[in-house]
Design a protein around this ligand. Structure first.
Ligand code: ADP
Ligand code: MG
Length: 897
């Protein structure tokens, strides 16, 4: 039988849980009071079905005869909690699956199924209801029943069965609870309950209610199979209290008996027998069979006494005492315990397997239980186990006993190499991924450090380059300083030259004094160039030194910061110096230019006009035609127009003035004009005129605009950009004759453009031009006269071409009185321009009347006679002769040409 139990558990059924083998038959060869049901189907009592009946009252769908096995795990006690703190329990419970896993090692465990799995948290009440209540109910219904506790000493057998729970009712064990239930359900008048309490030790039965009675024999009724102990004390129980006292008494006697026998209570089986006698009077008694409630046996309605018996057995400790080296008495004792327990196991197995032979006689225990065990009797076995991994072996054998009893499959979870391999593979993959991540992080870190190092190196390099640049700038500054000195020297020379050199130079042609100055300047320049070369050498030397410093290693952050600040300072300084260079250069070149101009004037014997374009637009053409580049143009090439124009907006007023002067000089040369305009120079100049109140700036800007206005395309640009009204405003605002001269010159140039006639009038250009005669300076008057002449010429041309008709706009604007008045001006340029203007005006009949009224006729007549220029004289004559009005007026006045 035992081998059969093991066979089921040793791996023939691998992996999955299988249904029980066909040996799981619930019929029994035990003799019982009532015969087994004929319609019971042996094969149908599969485990789950029987499990369901475990908690069902007997007489329900129960399958009496089968031993139901529950397992109960004791919680760790104080000693285990400390000693086994680092170890897991040797078992793992899965109460919902009614399974218990017994750990073999960390990765292997065996799984067992039970009818009920009670965890360490299971309450006494729940244990009672699950394990004992169905048996008790069955007993109340007239069947015998047994509840046994099996397990290693100290795992809670007595706790489960025998706790009195006097101080804590929730702690009451199965014995007390069973009695309670029975008492509640029986009638005090008609029913009786008696109890006997025995101890079975070394195949001897002792009466725990009467210790003197220590060898009680078992009597079996061969007819009914009923077992009785006539020698045992039977105590009638009326209430719970008397029962508790009885249990206490029995327990006390048990200890005393064990002391006398020199043993422990755990070496003996304690057996409580509860005899229930119930009267069933005058009723038809229907007694269900084992498995079918509908099929019953009917007895005639006569008074009946129904006897049943509940046996509660606290078995001796299941530990294998023979293994602990017991000898003598102890060995005998162990043999006896093993005998009874193994006989019990064998019987249960035989019962479960429906075996023909049930070895009931092998022990007193099995003999005693004969009528309460199998057959119609309900039997529950509660297997108690402890959690300690130290007692794993004992626990394992205890479980196997339960399994043997259960005759169930021991479910063995085979070690699944495939899934382990899979798990290991997953773990390996995880490790590989982690390793890769770490490698990447490491690489990234290396890269980051590299980058940081590179950045640091380049930063240090940059700092040293900056320091180098600083040094270079310092040298440049020194150089500029020298240029400045040179400039001063030049100014000094020029002043000297202006004061006392002019007349002398005039007499002596080119002027040797000036040439000397130029020579001195040249020398100075050479010296400066030399100094610069020296400075450059020095810079190179410093460069190599810095290179060495760089190799020597990078300075600290503080040093870098200091250098950066110094660098910013130097950049600022450099910018200022550059500006100054340009200014100094421009100043120098301006001076050179003016000197050059002067020289040319002297050579021609003219005045020292610095702005050639105003009076003689052709002079520049001549210069550029002559092929050699003027010094200003050279500057232009050297510095670049954008840079010069930028300086127009410099914050430094001094710089602005110089810059505008340079631009004006450049604008004087036709070759540069286009470039200046393209680079936005005209706009900048107009802006200066508009926003700067500084007289010099305005004067020079106006001069530059005047020069640019010599070009027809520029004239239109000036108009488009609002230059006419701007010039008009300046004309009325300005006081300085030189400014006025420039503005007048600019407007005069615009007057020569046919397309601008109307705009000039509408934007106040003509009025502004005439207004400037308030300043009696001949240079201003000369420009005004030129403007009027230009305007009159354009008008005349337009009238001749039939583009315009009617009176001259000049006359409309009231210019005639000043024209007539200035026609005889002492200054030749004024006179000449006015004479031309009069001729142009006179060519058109529409003007004749106003001219006659304004006295212009007299002037025209005078021109025909006095004008120094022959061409103008004959123009005047032709004009007068061709006009009807003039001719008639002359006739009236008796003037003859
Ligand atoms: P056994 O009768 O199997 O030798 P006991 O019932 O004497 O074991 O129990 C041993 C100890 O464990 C006792 O102190 C008992 O109170 C305790 N014990 C047993 N089972 C439990 C349980 N389920 N809960 C709490 N304590 C328990
Ligand atoms: Mg005990």
């Amino acid at each position: 039988m035992a081998s059969n139990g093991y066979r089921n558990g040793t791996g023939t059924n691998k992996g999955a849980i299988k249904p029980p083998a066909s040996s799981n038959i619930r019929s029994s060869s035990f003799k019982s009071r009532l015969p087994p049901s004929s319609n019971h189907s042996p094969g149908s009592a599969l485990r789950r079905t029987s499990s369901a009946s475990f908690t069902t009252a007997a007489g329900g769908d129960g399958v009496p005869g089968r031993v139901r096995v529950a397992v109960r795990l004791r919680p760790r006690n104080a000693e285990e909690s400390t000693a086994d703190a680092d170890f897991a329990d040797c078992v793992e419970l899965q109460p919902e699956l009614k399974r218990l896993k017994l750990r073999k090692n960390n990765w292997e465990s065996e799984t067992y199924e039970f009818d009920e799995v009670l965890t360490e948290f299971a309450s006494q009440k729940r244990v009672y209801e699950v394990v004992a209540k169905p048996v008790v109910e069955s007993v109340l219904d007239g069947y015998n029943g047994t509840v046994m506790a099996y397990g290693q000493t100290g795992t809670g057998k007595t706790f489960t069965l025998g706790r009195l729970g006097e101080e804590d009712t929730s702690a009451r064990g199965i014995m007390v609870r069973s009695m309670e239930e029975i008492l509640v359900n029986v009638s005090r008048e008609t029913d009786s309950i008696s109890v006997s309490y025995l101890q079975l030790y070394m195949e001897t039965i002792q009466d725990l209610l009467d210790p003197a009675n220590d060898n009680i024999s078992i009597v079996e009724d061969p007819r009914t199979g009923d077992v009785s102990l006539p020698g045992a004390t039977h105590v009638e129980i009326k209430d719970e209290q008397s029962f508790l006292e009885l249990l206490r008494l029995g327990e006390a006697h048990r200890i005393a008996a064990n002391t006398k026998l020199n043993t422990e209570s755990s070496r003996s089986h304690a057996i409580l027998m509860v005899h229930v006698k119930r009267s069933v009077l005058g009723e038809e008694v229907a007694i269900p069979t084992e498995s079918d409630k509908s099929s019953h046996f009917v007895k005639p309605p006569k008074p009946l006494v129904r006897k049943s018996k509940l046996v509660l057995v606290d078995l001796a400790g299941s530990e294998r005492v023979q293994k602990s080296g017991s000898e003598g008495h102890m060995l005998e004792e162990a043999k006896s315990i093993n005998l009874s327990l193994s006989a019990l196991g064998k019987c249960i197995n035989a019962l479960a397997e429906n075996s023909a032979h049930v070895p009931i006689r092998d022990s007193k225990l099995t003999r005693l239980l004969r009528d309460s065990f199998g057959g119609t009797a309900r039997t529950s076995l509660i297997v108690t186990i402890g959690p300690s991994p130290r007692h794993r072996g004992e626990t394992a054998s205890t479980i196997l006993f339960g399994q043997r009893v259960e005759n169930m499959l021991r479910i063995k979870e085979e070690f699944d190499y495939k899934s382990l391999a899979r798990r290991l593979e997953i773990q390996l993959d995880k490790l590989i991924a982690e390793n890769e991540r770490q490698q990447k992080a490491f690489d990234d870190e290396v890269e980051r450090i590299n980058l940081e190092a590179q950045n640091r190196v380049s930063e240090v390099e940059r700092n040293f380059t900056d320091a180098l640049e600083k040094e270079r700038l310092k040298c440049q500054m020194e150089y500029m300083e020298s240029v400045k000195k040179l400039e001063e020297k030049m100014i000094e020379n020029q002043q000297k030259h202006q004061h006392d050199g002019f007349m002398k130079d005039k007499c002596n042609g080119e002027g040797p004094g000036f040439c000397e100055d130029i020579a001195v300047i040249k020398k100075l320049l050479e010296k400066e160039t030399h100094m610069r070369k020296e400075a450059e050498k020095e810079v190179n030397k410093l460069k190599s030194q810095l290179g060495q410093h760089m190799d020597a290693g990078a300075g600290g952050d503080a040093e870098i910061l200091k250098l950066q600040i110094a660098l910013e300072d130097e950049v600022h300084q450099k910018k200022k110096l550059e500006e100054e260079i340009i200014i100094l250069r421009s100043q120098m070149l301006q001076l050179t230019f003016e000197a050059d101009q002067m020289r040319r004037c002297l050579a021609r014997g003219g005045s020292g006009n610095a702005y050639p374009g105003l009076d003689s637009p052709m002079s520049q053409v001549r210069d550029s035609l002559s092929g050699h580049k003027t010094p200003v143009s050279a500057l232009f090439d050297q510095v670049g127009v954008e840079k010069i124009l930028d300086l127009l907006e410099s914050e430094d007023a001094n710089v602005r003035i110089h810059a505008v002067k340079v631009v004006a000089n450049l604008a004087a040369e036709e070759a540069n004009q286009e470039r200046i305009v393209e680079a936005g120079g005209l706009t900048s100049l107009l802006m200066l005129l508009r926003s700067y109140e500084d007289e010099t700036v305005r004067r020079v800007a106006a001069g530059a605009i005047a020069n640019l206005a010599m070009n027809e395309a520029n004239q239109e640009l000036i108009m488009v950009q609002g230059g006419i009204s701007l010039l008009s405003t300046t004309a009325s605002d300005a006081e300085d004759p030189q400014t006025l001269r420039m503005v007048a010159g600019a407007i005069a140039n615009l007057c020569g453009n046919d397309k601008l006639q109307a705009t000039l009038r509408s934007e106040g250009g003509i009025k502004a031009l005439l207004g400037m005669v308030r300043c009696r300076h001949p240079d201003v008057l000369s420009q005004v006269a030129r403007g009027i002449a230009n305007f009159a010429k354009c008008e005349s041309r337009a009238s001749t071409n039939g583009i315009r008709s009617g009176r001259s706009l000049l006359i409309d604007e009231g210019a005639l009185p000043w024209i007539v008045q200035s026609a005889n001006n002492d200054a030749a340029p004024i006179r000449r321009h006015i004479e031309l203007a009069l001729c142009h005006l006179a060519q058109h009949e529409a003007n004749a009347k106003d001219m006659i009224n304004g006295g212009a006729l007299w002037e025209l007549v005078r021109i025909t006679r006095d004008c120094s220029r022959e061409d103008i004289r004959s123009l005047a004559r032709r004009t007068l002769n061709s006009s009807l009005l003039f001719r008639s007026e002359m006739r009236r006045l008796r003037i003859e040409l």
